[in-house]
Design a protein around this ligand. Structure first.
Ligand code: FMN
Length: 213
């Protein structure tokens, strides 16, 4: 049987189309290609991602955010992918603003209702000059887990130090994480083929609708 190739979607929080994060994702694309998998990249810097506004509607209503920008289309691409990689630079000892805005808008405005990314395989990559990579890694990890994704590790976290000499150890961790993501996606697919059902219970209840309502 001809199965469609594994597709991993990377969300890049860098504003530089040719920066360090883009370089690392090019490296990731080659690693995945060697495994017969595809990498698709969402460059947040090239799309419209408005920051969360003051309305607070999504605290009460059970429908996605109606702000007219590209977040909804990005979420659809995430839902269509087999795996998600959050990739972001460190800015000001924290997550770069583009990624932070996306996490807020996608998470609170779209994903909190039915958790459509549940049971998707997830990974995270952080680039930065020297400081606070692990704090940012923890931030991305918590958001993947919040969305009930299956987080795959790499040994040491895939954090890549930017600089002229390159960071071979960081890139090795990226490779290790991607190999484990492909393996995990393969295991989940195999389970579905053998049993006709998903390995983990689908999570579709709308968290904004009361049980029995
Ligand atoms: C506004 C700004 C703030 C930054 N803050 C940090 C920081 O706190 N820690 C750090 O290690 N690097 C910091 N950097 C460096 C970037 O994280 C690093 O150069 C990264 O690899 C850039 O990725 P990019 O080329 O994909 O944008 C900062 C860069 C910018 C532009």
């Amino acid at each position: 049987m001809n199965e469609k190739p594994i597709t991993v979607l990377a969300i890049s929080g860098s504003e530089h189309p040719d920066g360090t994060t883009a370089d690392v994702l090019e490296h990731a694309a080659k690693i995945l290609a060697d495994c017969g998998a595809l990498l698709d990249v969402v460059h947040l810097g090239q799309l419209r991602v408005s920051p969360c506004g003051p309305c607070g509607d999504c605290n009460v209503r059970p429908r996605p955010c109606e702000v007219d920008d590209d977040v909804s289309a990005i979420v659809d691409r995430m839902i269509a992918a087999d795996g998600i990689v959050y990739a972001t630079p460190v800015h000001g000892f924290g997550t770069a603003a583009l990624m932070q805005a996306f996490i807020e808008r996608a998470g609170v405005g779209h994903l909190r209702f039915t958790r459509p990314l549940a049971n998707k395989v997830a990974g995270a990559i952080v680039t930065g000059r020297r400081y606070s990579h692990t704090e940012v890694y923890s931030h991305l990890v918590k958001n993947a887990l919040l969305n009930r994704m299956i987080l795959v590790g790499s040994g040491m976290p895939p954090i890549v130090y930017s600089g002229e000499t390159g960071d071979g150890e960081g890139l090795d961790m990226v490779r290790s994480m991607l190999h484990r993501m492909v393996d995990m996606i393969g295991v989940l697919r195999e389970h579905r083929t053998l049993t006709g059902r998903d390995a983990l219970t689908p999570q579709t209840r709308n968290e904004r609708q009361r049980v029995g309502a």
